[in-house]
Write a protein that binds this ligand. Sequence first.
Ligand SMILES: [Zn+2]
Length: 439
Amino acid sequence: MTPSPRPSTAADEVAALTSDLIRIDTTNTGDPATLAGERVAAEYVAEKLAEVGFEPHYVESGPGRGNVVARLAGADPGRGALLVHGHLDVVPADPAEWSVHPFSGEIRDGYVWGRGAIDMKHMVAMTLAVARQFKRDGTVPPRDIVLAFLADEEAGGFHGARWLVNHRPDLFDGVTEAVSEVGGFSLTLADGVRAYLVETAQKGIMWLRLKVRGTAGHGSMVHTDNAVAKLAAAVARLDAHRFPIVLTGATREFLEGVAELTGVPFDPDDPETAVARLGSVARLIGATLRDTANVTMFNAGYKTNVVPSLAEATVDGRMLPGREAAFEKTLAEVLGPDIEMDWDQLPPVETTFDGRLVDAMTSAISAEDPGARLLPYMLSAGTDAKSFQLLGIRNFGFAPLRLPPELDFTSLFHGVDERVPVEGLEFGTRVLSRFLLGS
Ligand SMILES: [Zn+2]
């Protein structure tokens, strides 16, 4: 067997690694029966690391639920380690809707196409490419770097990050800070004016189950205590309710930064107008101005002529940092006393945009894109950062990527024709390498 030629830099192999990872279908619907290739992807990652001399830990949380963790020793063992993590699973994709097959990993028109190209096999590939180059070159980073490639993020991480945090915290010994997805991407605000958004906060999650009881009976009778009607009215009230606008630290800092960069002033009393000017990221930022509570499932009844005694619904609630108690109280008030509620809750994530790690992000971006500015922002969704927070780790979204101004980046997440520009990937790989060396 002839060995493949050694790539000269990480950027040279990042597109091929992304493409390889996309070709491994790691669809995660949340139902273990439909689980696809998480194990194959984890084995691929472990092999790519072992090939250059890493000693990766392959850890299964359950059948097929592969996770890989490796460590690169840094120059100063007295400093806390930096965790770089990425998930290997993806959400489903229907080939009939796509321009290219979602699991082809095809490279066409300057893009790598396929499910996971943005969420988040690109970052997995960039991390692998940089780690492999460091190992080949004998590069010693300033502090320990822990690399984690994880299962199950798309279904809450209970067989990935959360499982490792609960069962193998030893793998993250000494980790004080972490970087991962949904941050580090560029946003073009005007001709040649680029900002890179670094995620410093995430809204909290409250997944509610609602229940209403009523009087059962024949569908032909007069009913004044109908569980289905009571629940329908309650969720309609919730849908109509608008939670107050609250400008939290990250969102305020972000909008102030945009105002400075564009010269268009920002009125703190009217952030919605400022958000509406943001183009493709308006929806992303708009969802962080207030709490939200969307009804997502409704289940009641079993026969046309029977009024059932029970109706149930689920609500996906997301609250801003500091709003946990107020959110819970408002839900109870809006839904009313008839509604029984119970829920699963994951707290908000929040850190400040400062310190040596942020300086390293800034220098790395500035070196590759002079004049660009980094801005913190809050993510309305949740990531594996929610699990790592339980270990006291400070979390950032920083998966550097330069994007062409016309690309509607946020619509690619879980979207049709998900793709990542090859040039952006190569740029991101160079930035990631500089960042890790400066961290
Ligand atoms: Zn993701």
